[in-house]
Design a binder for this molecule. Structure first.
Ligand code: ASP
Length: 301
């Protein structure tokens, strides 16, 4: 019985007033999904279930509660990967779905492809029986107010330290059979250009899983995470150093090589957890041996 589950709910600044909500959602998802994992749920199902719970929670920048792009639209990115086979499915810039992670899953299992974008992804989701929703259903007053404020701020840059959490969500799991999976879902960065694709749905950047190496999910400034292929880099390092040290090393590289900002969670092929961030905060949590849930908002340095 291996049973490992680690989740994140985004990095960046998480103001005091929002920290409880960020930790609460992670705790709820960990509690529900770890119970299933212990009962024999597969790692793939566990990561999808956890991400679906976090997409439905308006606290996070994923599904409901996502940032608006510069045109005032919500475009979502997501990816899921199966560490047994290296199969993966991803969607980018998809609109009007609450659970892009489940669209990514059917891209993986029901199409001949790995990545679908925009309207094509939406049409495929519909054809697969995934319910469409409305922009209003995904929109929160909080994000509308942020968009209205940022529309007037021509100096804002999508990666600048921001007074609110980025709130991408991610899950990495190992099941009873020792199989690994990873899943990540996001609304991207505030004020991103329409059509922008971040790191989340790009294999090896925001999400990666290989039973032989490990599995990981990233959050933070996507354009920097893409450049260093953060999650694949972490999985490669797992072979040569302890998991915690590997996470520190890739975040150091992100910072030094491309002045990147972000956080990462992962599990190595032996079931050891890895997590690190160079943003002020990262909401994350994991299930300890015996089922105990640990949730945190910052790694104590
Ligand atoms: N990495 C995401 C993106 O750039 C944002 C985030 O993790 O907060 O799309």
């Amino acid at each position: 019985m291996k049973n490992r589950l680690i989740l994140h709910g985004g990095a960046w600044n998480i103001p005091d007033a929002l920290q409880d909500a960020h930790m609460h959602g992670i705790r709820e998802a960990l509690t529900a999904v770890s119970a299933e994992l212990i009962q024999g749920m597969t790692a793939l199902d566990a990561t999808e279930m956890a991400v679906r719970m976090l997409e439905a929670d308006p606290t996070y920048d994923a599904g409901r509660g996502a940032f608006l792009n510069s045109k005032g639209e919500i475009e979502l990115d997501a990816m899921i990967m199966d560490g047994r086979t290296l199969d993966f499915g991803a969607v980018a810039a998809i609109q009007n779905v609450l659970h892009p992670i489940s669209v990514a899953r059917v891209v993986m299992t029901e199409s001949e492809h790995c990545i679908l974008v925009g309207k094509g992804a939406q049409d495929f989701a519909k054809a697969q029986g995934i319910e469409e929703t409305t922009p209003e259903d995904l929109l929160t007053e909080r994000e509308l107010a942020t968009w209205q404020r940022l529309q007037k701020d021509s100096s804002f840059r999508t990666h600048q330290p921001f007074d609110k959490p980025m709130g991408t969500v991610g899950a990495v799991a190992m099941d009873n059979d020792g199989n690994l999976a990873a899943a990540t879902s996001t609304g991207g960065t505030p004020q991103k250009l329409a059509g922008r694709v971040g790191d989340t749905p790009i294999i090896g950047a925001g999400t990666y899983a290989d039973n032989e190496l490990g599995a990981a999910s990233a959050t933070g400034w996507g354009e920097s995470i893409l450049k260093v292929m953060l999650t694949r880099q972490l999985c490669d390092l797992f072979g040569s150093m302890p998991a915690g040290q590997a996470a520190k090393a890739v975040i150091k590289h992100l910072q030094e090589r491309v002045k990147g900002l972000g956080g990462v969670i992962g599990i190595d092929s032996n079931g050891n957890y890895a997590f690190h961030h160079n943003t002020p905060y990262m909401a994350f949590g994991y299930m300890e041996e015996g089922g105990k849930i640990v949730v945190n908002i910052q790694i104590r340095k």
